[in-house]
Write a protein that binds this ligand. Structure first.
Ligand SMILES: [Zn+2]
Ligand SMILES: [Zn+2]
Length: 442
């Protein structure tokens, strides 16, 4: 039997032999970005690589997801390594799709690469003979919470229920027998690895103000200006910002998606989208009530109607501290630079999984000094973001599943999930709401 250090060295060698395939796959995905639940070409690229390795593939999970599983010599915990398939629309990104503007401006292409790197590090008889348990590699659709209107239409048609891919996979039972999940996300303006920290959750809102059109020059007195209702609502939200507690990390950031149709007509329909983000479910619920009041008040002031559609978003992210310790030790035992993160204002449906099982969601640098979701965000160091990141997850899995998986079993036994799957689905569905309020006084 190999010692754990020998096992890690061997896994590193196996990965080195094949790392160019993982890097190339990341670059191929970068070249043809697709947005959530539409990642068909991305799916095919991953499918082809897994097929060439003679692995069994479960395909078409929540439309575009796919997974493969490898097994240790003995039974034990089931660990998921996750990679996200989607990009998001970022016009002007140098690698954006010319038709859809989709771009990997959040670096999800390197997640698929580092997931594959983890697979290369572990998928040999020599390694697996020393491990107890299974490892599933899951490429998940739709992490970026965008194209809300389109997704909501698909949702009404029954194509999927939840806008986030991991959420949909939870509902479909893919995570039912998984004990631990991990993934490594790219980060801009950052070097080395970042571990720990927490992240905001969110609810998403789609708002339609209905007024009454009239000639904007000749008969404005006969109209009801939906844009004025929307403007007032946004001001109302600003007026509430001083009421948000600092440690709730509330973020409300609406955009106007339709501001009117022609300039010489009083705007009849104006639409907004916004997120209400916060550090806890309670904080999000509370801020969401305030935002609803702001929207109603904007409509009320001008006698318009408002339709407020609230959709369940993502749950706040946190990490299992025991699992985190193992990952952190692997960073510290290698030459990788690492730092502990604080609270982040962004959101991910990895937060949803964190409510159900032990999870880590570390970050890796190697991208330009630009904020994610912008045209300047480009991953440059694939050796770090794909190969080293994959290796750190592989080493962590070896720690968990070595010696009869004693460490993995200990982590699972010490972890108390915040929610059961049925409680989680119930909470998600409770966030879903449509309200119509009409303040027209005739
Ligand atoms: Zn993102
Ligand atoms: Zn992302």
């Amino acid at each position: 039997m190999l010692t754990i250090e020998e096992l890690k060295n061997k896994s590193s060698q196996y990965l080195n032999d094949k790392k160019s395939i993982a890097i190339q796959l990341s670059k191929d995905i970068l070249a043809e970005p697709e947005t959530g639940y539409k990642e068909f070409k991305t799916n095919k690229k991953i499918y082809d690589v897994l097929k060439s390795l003679d692995l069994e593939i479960v395909n078409n999970l929540a439309i575009t997801g796919l997974m493969t599983t490898i097994h240790g010599a003995k039974p034990g915990p089931h660990i998921a390594v996750i990679g996200e398939l989607d990009g998001l629309p970022v016009p002007g990104h140098p690698f954006s799709d010319k038709d859809t503007n989709a771009a990997h401006a959040c670096g999800h292409h390197i997640q698929i690469g580092n997931m594959l790197a983890t697979l290369f590090a572990l998928n040999s008889e020599e390694i697996l003979n020393n491990l107890s348990g299974s490892i599933s590699f899951i490429a998940v659709p739709s992490e970026e919470y965008v194209e809300i209107e389109w997704r909501n239409e698909q949702r009404s048609k029954g194509e999927f229920e939840f806008l986030g891919g991991k959420q949909e996979l939870v509902k479909l039972g893919i995570f039912d027998d998984i004990d631990i999940s991990m993934m490594t996300h790219a980060r801009g303006n950052f070097s080395g690895f970042g571990y720990g920290g927490t992240g905001n959750g969110l609810v998403a809102k789609f708002i339609e103000f209905h007024g009454k059109s009239s000639h904007a020059g000749g008969d404005p007195h006969l109209g009801i200006n939906a844009l004025n209702a929307a403007n007032l609502s946004i001001s109302n939200i600003h007026a509430n910002r001083e009421t948000f507690y600092d440690d709730h990390h509330i973020r409300v950031h609406p955009i106007i998606t339709l501001g009117g149709s022609v300039v010489n007509q009083v705007p009849e329909i104006v639409t907004l989208e916004t997120f209400v983000r916060g550090a806890s479910l309670e904080a999000i619920k509370n801020a969401n009530l305030k935002v609803d009041n702001c929207l109603r008040a904007g409509a009320m002031a001008v006698g318009a109607e408002v339709e407020i559609t609230t959709l369940p978003g993502y749950f706040p992210l946190f990490h299992d501290s025991n699992l985190q310790e193992i990952y952190k030790k692997n960073l510290q035992n290698t030459e990788n630079k690492s730092s502990e993160l604080d609270h982040g204002g962004g959101s991910t449906d990895m937060g949803d999984l964190a409510h159900l099982m032990p999870v880590i969601h570390p970050y890796v640098g190697g991208a330009t000094d630009a904020s994610a979701h912008t045209a300047g965000f480009i991953v440059e160091d694939y050796e770090l973001a794909v190969v080293e990141a994959g290796k750190m997850m592989a080493f962590t899995i070896i720690d968990l599943l070595y010696d009869g998986a004693s460490t993995g079993k200990e982590i699972i036994s010490k972890h108390t999930p915040r929610l059961s799957k049925s409680e989680y689905l119930k909470t998600m569905r409770e966030f879903s709401n449509v309200e119509i309020a009409n303040y027209n006084i005739g």
